[in-house]
Design a protein around this ligand. Structure first.
Ligand code: PRX
Length: 652
C-alpha cells in the first residue's frame, strides 16, 4: 500500500531534540525490548523522587500488575516539592486564563503553598489516606490544586467532567463511595455561567452518606449552601490563618509516604455497556510514563511554555495538564473556556500572549477552526510554536496539513498521539526529533511499548493487514483494575488474547512499522474525542416514558468525527415527532450531559432484529453511513424494516 508524503525532522529540530535521530529512538526501543524491567527500573530511579526506592520493578500476574513494589513515593511531592529545591522554585507551574480574560500565573512555590493549604483543609475536615473524593469543577486552578491536595494525602480522587449531568455525577459518587465532593458555584463558557453546585445538590439527594461539599467561589452567583454539609473553600482557607512560610507549610502538611501502587485516581469512561467503568490508576508507574512522555513526545525543554487545550475532566487533562507536565517541571497553560469565545482566534491569541511553544489539541478543535478561515490564526504571531500535538481521534490528512501549514508554518512537527484512558500515557507517537511524520499515522510505539495487530482469533497479523490493536507487554502507566469490578477488567481487556491488553481499536501497520489507527471496533463512539457508549445513550433514552426501544449508532460527522444518531420506537400513543425528538435530545443531555445529546433522532415503527431478538446495529450503522444496506441480512427477522429505514429521508 503506498503511503502519502513523509515529513522527516528538520536538522534544526534534531539538533536540540531530546531524542536525536531515528537511531537514537531505535536504540532506546531495542534497549527496552531486550530488558524491559531494567529499562523501566532505571528510568524510574532517574526520573522520579522516591522516599524509599523500590525492590522489584514488576510483579506480573496477568491481568494484574504491580510496578515498583517495595517503593514509597508521593505524586504531589514529585509534581511540586522536589522542584522547590531547584531553579524551578520561581518558575510558573500554571499559567491560567479565565474565559472572561482574567489571568493567574502560579509559580511552583505558590502552587506548593496553595496545595498544602487545601490539603490542610481536607485533613481538617477529617479526610485521610484511602478516602475518596469526587471533584466536579470548572477549568480553574483550584481543580488541579484539589487533585494535587488529594494526591498529597493519599486520598483517591475522581474528577467528573463539568459537562456531565447530575445523574452521571451521582452514579460516579455512588460507585466510588465518596464522602467528599469538591466543586464550585460555576464556571464560564461562551460568556454564560455553567452552574455546577445545583447538579451536585441534585446528585446528593440520593447520596446521604456524603459528608462534605467544599465549594470554591468562581462566579459569585448566589447558591444555596446546605448547613452542616456544604462549606466554602475560602472560609476554610481563612480559618487556617496567616500564610506561613513555605517551609513551615511543608512541615505542617507533608506529602504522605505512599506505596508505589497506592491508588492515585479513578476516572470513569465509557465501555460497551450502559455503566461507565472506573479506570484505576496508581501512583509511581503512572507518574513515570506521563512525565517521561513529556520529554520524548513533546520534546519538553526547560524554557518551553506548554499548552494542552483538553479539559481536565478527561484523561488527557489528567495526564497532560496536571501530572505529566508538573512532574516534568514544565510551565503548563490552562484555559477555562471555549475556543471560539469571544471570537475564533481565542486559541491563537493565547498562544501569542504567553508565547506558547508546545501546543496540544484535538482534531475536532482543528476542524472546527479550519472552517472559520485562515484569517484568524494569520492575525497572530505564532512564531513561538515549535511542536504541535493531536489527540483523541484519528486526524484526517487534510486537517493535519492545515495544522502543519497554517498553524505550524511548516516548521513544527505534529505529534499524533494514540492512547486511551486505560493506557494512562501516550503509547504510539512520533518522537519529533527522531521519527519522520506521515499525516494520519500515529507513527511508532514509544520505547517500552510492544504493540501488535491481531485477527478475530487473536492470531498476529503481518504488515498492511487490518485487525485489532493489542499491547503485548505490561507497561507502568497501565490501568490496574476497574474500580470494584475485577471480573469486568479481566473480561473486557484481557480475555481476547490472553496476557495481552485488548485496546478496542482497529489498526494496521505499514511496511515502515507505522501504525494507522482506524477507530473503535466495539460499541464505543467517539464524539469530539469524547468517549461515549451506544448503550449509555440507549439506556438514557429508554428511561423516557414515551420510548419503547432505542438503538444508537455513530454517524460520521465533518467536525466532531462522529455524531450520535438514535433510532427510536415509541410506546403506543399519538406522538408529535418533532416535539418529541427535541424533548428526547434534551432528555439525554439531562441524563448524561450536553455532549451526549443525539444529533439526530429517527423514529421508526420497528428496529431490525435477528430472530433471537438482538438489535442489528451493523445495519443501522450502514444506513447512517451509506444510506443503504449491502451486507448479509439473512438472519433478520423482518426484512421490510430495513428497507423502510433506508428509504427514510434524513432529517435536516
Ligand atoms: O479510539 C481511540 C481514540 O480514542 C480512544 C480513547 O479514548 P479516551 O479513553 O477517551 O482517551 C482519549 C485521549 C487519549 C481510543 O481507543 N484515539 C485516541 N487518540 C487517538 C485516537 N484515535 C486515533 N488517533 C489518535 N491519536
Amino acid at each position: 500500500m503506498s503511503d502519502p508524503k513523509t515529513y522527516p525532522p528538520s536538522a534544526d529540530f534534531v539538533e536540540r531534540a531530546n531524542l536525536q535521530g531515528l537511531d537514537a529512538y531505535r536504540e532506546l526501543y531495542e534497549q527496552a525490548k531486550a530488558d524491559p524491567e531494567r529499562f523501566w527500573g532505571d528510568l524510574a530511579l532517574n526520573e522520579l523522587t522516591w522516599f524509599r526506592p523500590f525492590s522489584k520493578t514488576l510483579e506480573w500476574d496477568p491481568p494484574f500488575a504491580k510496578w515498583f513494589t517495595g517503593g514509597t513515593i508521593n505524586a504531589c511531592y514529585n509534581c511540586i516539592d522536589r522542584h522547590l529545591k531547584t531553579d524551578r522554585r520561581t518558575k510558573p507551574a500554571l499559567i491560567w486564563e479565565g474565559e472572561p480574560g482574567d489571568q493567574r500565573v502560579i509559580t511552583y512555590e505558590e502552587l506548593h503553598r496553595l496545595v498544602a493549604r487545601f490539603a490542610t483543609v481536607l485533613k481538617g475536615l477529617g479526610y485521610r489516606k484511602g478516602d475518596r473524593a469526587v471533584i466536579y469543577m470548572p477549568m480553574i486552578p483550584e481543580l488541579p490544586i484539589a487533585m494535587l491536595a488529594c494526591a498529597r494525602l493519599g486520598i483517591v480522587h475522581s474528577v467528573v467532567f463539568g459537562g456531565f449531568s447530575a445523574e452521571a455525577l451521582k452514579a460516579r459518587i455512588q460507585d466510588l463511595d465518596a464522602w467528599v465532593v469538591i466543586t464550585a458555584d460555576g464556571g464560564w463558557r461562551r460568556g454564560k455561567e455553567v452552574r455546577l453546585k445545583g447538579a451536585v445538590d441534585e446528585a446528593l439527594e440520593d447520596c446521604p452518606y456524603v459528608r462534605h461539599v467544599v465549594v470554591y467561589k468562581r462566579t459569585g452567583s448566589g447558591i444555596p449552601m446546605k448547613e452542616g454539609r456544604d462549606v466554602w473553600w475560602h472560609e476554610q482557607d481563612d480559618e487556617l490563618g496567616a500564610i506561613p512560610q513555605v517551609e513551615e507549610d511543608a512541615e505542617a502538611c507533608p506529602a504522605e509516604e505512599l506505596d508505589s501502587e497506592h491508588p492515585l485516581y479513578v476516572l470513569y469512561t465509557s465501555g460497551t455497556t450502559g455503566k461507565p467503568k472506573g479506570i484505576l490508576h496508581t501512583t509511581a508507574g503512572y507518574l513515570l510514563e506521563t512525565s517521561v512522555s513529556m520529554k520524548w513526545v513533546f520534546d519538553l525543554h526547560e524554557d518551553d511554555v506548554y499548552w494542552c487545550t483538553a479539559d481536565i475532566g478527561w484523561v488527557t487533562g489528567h495526564s497532560y495538564i496536571v501530572y505529566g507536565p508538573l512532574a516534568a517541571g514544565a510551565t503548563s497553560v490552562m484555559y477555562e473556556g471555549a475556543p471560539d469565545y469571544p471570537a475564533f482566534d481565542r486559541f491563537w491569541q493565547i498562544v501569542e500572549k504567553y508565547r506558547v511553544s508546545i501546543f496540544y489539541t484535538s482534531p475536532t478543535a482543528i476542524r472546527a477552526l479550519i472552517r472559520q478561515g485562515d484569517q484568524w490564526p494569520n492575525a497572530h504571531d505564532l512564531s513561538s510554536l515549535r511542536v504541535l500535538g493531536s489527540v483523541g481521534e484519528p486526524i484526517n490528512p487534510a486537517a493535519w496539513e492545515w495544522y502543519y501549514r497554517v498553524i505550524g508554518k511548516e516548521r513544527c512537527p505534529i505529534v499524533d498521539t494514540w492512547w486511551q484512558t486505560e493506557t494512562g500515557a501516550i503509547m504510539i507517537s512520533a518522537a519529533p526529533g527522531a521519527v519522520a511524520l506521515k499525516p494520519g499515522s500515529a507513527t511508532l510505539p514509544l520505547p517500552g511499548i510492544v504493540v501488535d495487530i491481531v485477527d478475530a482469533d487473536g492470531q498476529i497479523l503481518g504488515n498492511n493487514r487490518e485487525g485489532y490493536l493489542i499491547i503485548r507487554k505490561p507497561w507502568p502507566s497501565m490501568v490496574r483494575n476497574i474500580w470494584g469490578d475485577p471480573k469486568r477488567f479481566q473480561e473486557q481487556y484481557w480475555s481476547r488474547v490472553p496476557g495481552s491488553y485488548f485496546t478496542g481499536d482497529a489498526a494496521r501497520r505499514d511496511d515502515d512499522g507505522y501504525y494507522w489507527i482506524l477507530g473503535r471496533v466495539d460499541d464505543v463512539m467517539n464524539v469530539s474525542g469524547h468517549r461515549l457508549s451506544t448503550m449509555e445513550v440507549e439506556s438514557a433514552l429508554v428511561h423516557h416514558p414515551a420510548v419503547a426501544e432505542a438503538a444508537v449508532v455513530a454517524k460520521p460527522h465533518e467536525i466532531t468525527g462522529q455524531a450520535v444518531c438514535a433510532f427510536v420506537t415509541c410506546k403506543k400513543g399519538d406522538w408529535n415527532h418533532d416535539a418529541l425528538g427535541q424533548e428526547l435530545r434534551q432528555w439525554v443531555a439531562h441524563e448524561i450531559g450536553p455532549f451526549a445529546r443525539p444529533e439526530e433522532i429517527r423514529f421508526t415503527d420497528a428496529l431490525p432484529k435477528t430472530r433471537s431478538g438482538k438489535i442489528m446495529r451493523r445495519l443501522l450503522r450502514e444506513i447512517v453511513t451509506t444510506h443503504a444496506v449491502t451486507g448479509d441480512v439473512t438472519t433478520l427477522e423482518d426484512l421490510t424494516v430495513v428497507s423502510k429505514l433506508a428509504s427514510q429521508q434524513e432529517p435536516e
